[in-house]
Write a protein that binds this ligand. Structure first.
Ligand code: 5GP
Ligand code: ZN
Length: 144
């Protein structure tokens, strides 16, 4: 914990940041971590989290929000280069009514396909770990 004074031992994303739970990592710096979502709504769905535990956008100091969205921009650029999707949605949910399920600020980077039928609130469906890992490798190669 000494290395990461702002993390919560009981939070799943803090545990991923600390390396206690594995992830398909895309990029890491001293303040943020980007990794693949394991229940992707679309292939290439990625998450960016600050190395600072706070439940949502409003609870998070602006400085950490800025770091998180700056990192999301970097990942969106890599996703764009890798998958050339028709579009990319950046999504960040606040509260259960907005379908937030993990209460540690995170930014979704979601590549879109034509007629993908994606609605704002989706059910979690486990992805194919092999396919997720392979896509992680391709996107990682394009993270500058
Ligand atoms: P929210 O619904 O809070 O906006 O998004 C939480 C996201 O975290 C979901 O898309 C879900 O698939 C993802 N997620 C939950 N647990 C894990 C996990 O252990 N590892 C990864 N990589 N993603 C997770
Ligand atoms: Zn946390």
């Amino acid at each position: 914990m000494a290395k990461h004074p702002h993390l919560d031992p009981d939070c799943i994303f803090c545990r991923i940041v600390r390396g206690e739970i594995p992830c398909f990592k895309l990029h890491e710096d001293s303040d943020t971590l980007a990794f693949m979502d394991i229940n992707p709504v679309q292939p290439g769905h990625a998450l960016v989290v600050p190395k600072f535990h706070s439940k949502d956008l409003i609870a998070t100091p602006a400085e950490w929000v800025g770091k998180s969205f700056t990192a999301a921009r970097r990942i969106a650029e890599a996703v764009e280069k890798t998958l050339k999707p028709v579009g990319i949605n950046i999504l960040q949910a606040n509260g259960p009514g907005a379908a937030q399920s993990v209460f540690h600020l995170h930014v979704h980077v979601i590549p879109r396909a034509m007629d993908d039928g994606l609605t704002m609130n989706w059910q979690l469906k486990p992805g194919d770990m092999d396919a997720i890992g392979k896509l992680a490798e391709r996107i990682r190669a394009n993270v500058k």
